[in-house]
Structure formats: structure tokens, C-alpha cells
Design a protein around this ligand. Sequence first.
Ligand SMILES: [Fe+2]
Ligand SMILES: [Fe+2]
Length: 138
Amino acid sequence: MPETITVAQAHEALVDDHRRLHGLVARLGEAGDAAALATVLGELHEALTAHFNLEEKPGGLYDALGVCLAEYRVVLGQLVDDHFRIAGHVRDLRDRAAAAHGREPEGLFAEAKRLAELLAEHEKREHQLVDTATARGA
Ligand SMILES: [Fe+2]
Ligand SMILES: [Fe+2]
């Protein structure tokens, strides 16, 4: 049986992962053309899928949060929906960037910027829940 993990431990285990994601998001803003953007989006999609799986797995962060913040289960459900939506958005954008073949599809870079904002918003809400839980000693 897996050991029970606290929110603080589960969050701590994801610190490097979150740092790596921030680095990838920063690279999104530096991509100079569609091909470079497609490369970063491909890496981001892989990293995000692994990250979201870690957060949602039994004994992971969301599990620990759900145990200690039962009244926040709806909010946790919305965060899981975000995972699905954001991963799909990254994949679609990567495919569009990869298919650009030297042309800059309309709005591609603006969408990448919006995607970075969505992800930052998601992480902010996640961190707020972690703060609420750890303030209760979880
Ligand atoms: Fe998340
Ligand atoms: Fe996260």
C-alpha cells in the first residue's frame, strides 16, 4: 500500500518540475519563428503531460489536497479539467506551428502567449490551494 503523503511533501517533490516548466514557458516567448515555436511546444507538451500525470496519480499532490481540503474538491476537479484543456491546446498549437513551413500562421505567437498566461493562472490557483492546505498543517 502506498505511504500517505502530505501536501507539503507532494508539493516539494514537484518543485524541480515546476521550475523546468517555467523555463520552457520562458523559451516560448523567445522562439523567433514557427519552427522554433513548434520545437518548444513539443517539449512543453511532453513535460506537461508527465507533470499533470504526477499531480493526478494516486498518492500525488491532488490526492493529498483532496484528502485534506474535502470542501475544495470542486476546485480540484476544475484544475484537472484545466490539465486536459491545456495539454490539448499545447498539442494543437504545436501541430499548427509544425505545419507552418516557414510561414507565420495568423495569431500563432499571440496564442502561445495566451497559453503561457493560462498555464500561469492554473499554477497560481494550484499554489493557492497548496498554501491553504499547508497553513492547516497538511
Ligand atoms: Fe496542475
Ligand atoms: Fe503544477
